[in-house]
Design a binder for this molecule. Structure first.
Ligand code: ATP
Length: 437
């Protein structure tokens, strides 16, 4: 993350009007922000390559991705603190590509809040309004208006009693609220937040997450938040944008991205604990498609997708273009732990094609059955993450507190419903139709 000493609040252009070739004129709805063909290089490294990204107006959009994937650069391009090498940045109805940061109608809050240490809370919050009033005596805000807006922002963020304090006399959470107040006092149409919660401890973070969601609801403007914390990403946004290597790999609601990850990267990055992923061989079978993994005869996963499942749909497996291997994924929270009775065989997972009990004695509906031996149990309060090593390497399952808790060394078996299996192309990593699709 790249921080900046630049003042974080920039003026609002509330009177933005649609340009002749703006989205409204083209018959579409006005987005909050639209990036079109945006690229950015530092030296020879392309850090941003976004053919098109629309941030819906009024959405709480979260940009998430691993460190260095270009999230902050994307935010800074929207703010106007970085100039893209190619492409257009549209904010509301206007092409803002060449508009100075202060006239874009955006405010940005940085990771370290970048407060002025020698100014009081009130002076920090009113700083940019006073600057605007000084530079623009005719159209800038009056003293009364500044006072009104500062009072309103302080009330919204519970800062009334702290107005006279300096940043050094505030806790991390209080500083964060001052940073937010300073940004919203401008009434920006787009509020940009660059990892605003990362300086807070776990408890404050949780509280601040809820505060931010409430604030967004009250303001009704477009919020774009950057984080590398995927829990934050899933829980806060109405819209999620996953980035990797400067590119947008998927965008949608958090639920869509979680349930139907577009590729192996998204599958592994979004969700905690991470999705279990195994490479399996694919072969045609009279009753469908057979999947196998592992090498030893008694230590392998063997599965049958009934009728070939949707994997065979579109002819993917029917003709010469059939993949001979796929990556199979399942989420630890989607599996049900079934502890084998003493004496039951523990090896050989099976993918049952019917509702009948699978060989080995595991009861339940059709699904993937995986076995292994417990080697780590992570207690998290209301659940435990049980890590196992088994037929096809390492895998994890989430067990709710109150359910039977396995101990280290126990044999464990899980069943994953067919509907919760994910398949990905081994070469491209792209999602393939799932068995239950
Ligand atoms: N001013 C700069 N000069 C050169 N390289 C830069 C500059 N700013 C960022 N980079 C590089 O661009 C890439 C993307 O950086 P960016 O800060 O956008 O990533 P990020 O996804 O926000 O990372 P983090 O989560 O660690 O903050 C990184 O490889 C970074 O080293």
């Amino acid at each position: 993350m790249v921080t900046s000493p630049v003042a974080t609040a920039v003026p609002v252009d509330a009177s933005a009007v649609g340009s002749a070739d703006g989205p409204e004129a083209r018959g579409g709805t006005v987005p909050g922000v639209l990036l079109e063909g945006v690229t950015k290089k530092y030296g020879r490294q392309t850090v941003l390559d976004v053919p098109r990204l629309e941030v819906p107006r009024g959405s709480f959009t979260v940009l998430v991705g691993p460190s260095g994937c270009g999230k902050s650069t994307g935010l800074r391009v929207i703010a106007g603190l970085e100039t893209p090498d190619t492409g257009r940045v549209i904010i509301g109805a206007d092409d803002a590509t060449n508009t100075p940061p202060g006239q874009r109608g955006v405010s940005m809050v940085f990771q370290d809040f970048a407060l002025y240490p020698h100014l009081t809370v009130e002076q920090n919050i009113s700083f940019s309004l006073r600057l605007e009033a000084r530079h623009n005596r005719r159209t800038g805000p009056s003293q009364a208006e500044i006072g009104r807006r500062v009072t309103e922002a302080c009330a919204m963020l519970g800062l009334e009693k702290l107005r006279g304090r300096r940043p050094g006399q505030l806790s991390g959470g209080e500083r964060q609220r001052v940073g937010l107040a300073r940004a919203i006092v401008r009434r920006p149409q787009v509020l940009l937040l660059d990892e605003p919660l990362s300086a807070l401890d776990a408890q404050l973070r949780q509280h601040a997450r809820a505060e931010l969601i409430r604030l967004h609801r009250e303001l009704g403007n477009t919020v774009v938040l950057v984080t590398h914390d995927q829990l934050e990403a899933l829980s806060m946004g109405t819209n999620l944008v996953v980035m990797n290597g400067g590119k947008v790999v998927q965008s949608g609601t958090p639920g869509e991205v979680y349930r139907r990850p577009a590729d192996v990267f998204v599958a592994g990055f979004v969700g905690s604990p991470a999705m279990n992923l195994h490479e399996v061989a694919v072969a045609s079978h009279p009753a469908g498609i057979e999947l196998t993994a592992g090498t030893s005869p008694d230590g392998r996963l063997r599965g049958l997708l009934p009728g070939g499942g949707a994997l065979a749909g579109g002819g993917a497996l029917a003709g010469g273009g059939a993949p001979d291997r796929v990556r199979l994924g399942w989420r630890p929270g989607d599996a049900v732990l079934e502890m084998p009775a003493p004496g039951e065989p523990s090896s050989s997972g099976e993918l049952a094609s019917t509702g009948a009990p699978v060989p080995g004695g595991a009861a339940g509906g059709p699904g993937l059955v995986v076995t292994g031996v417990v080697d780590v149990v992570e207690f998290t309060g209301d659940s435990a993450v049980v890590h196992c090593t088994g037929d096809f390497g390492r895998w994890a399952v989430t067990v709710r507190a109150g359910d039977q808790q396995p101990a280290i060394g126990d044999r464990a078996r899980v069943r994953v419903p067919l509907a919760d299996l994910h398949l990905f192309d081994v070469d491209t990593g792209r999602r393939l139709p799932t068995p239950a699709a």
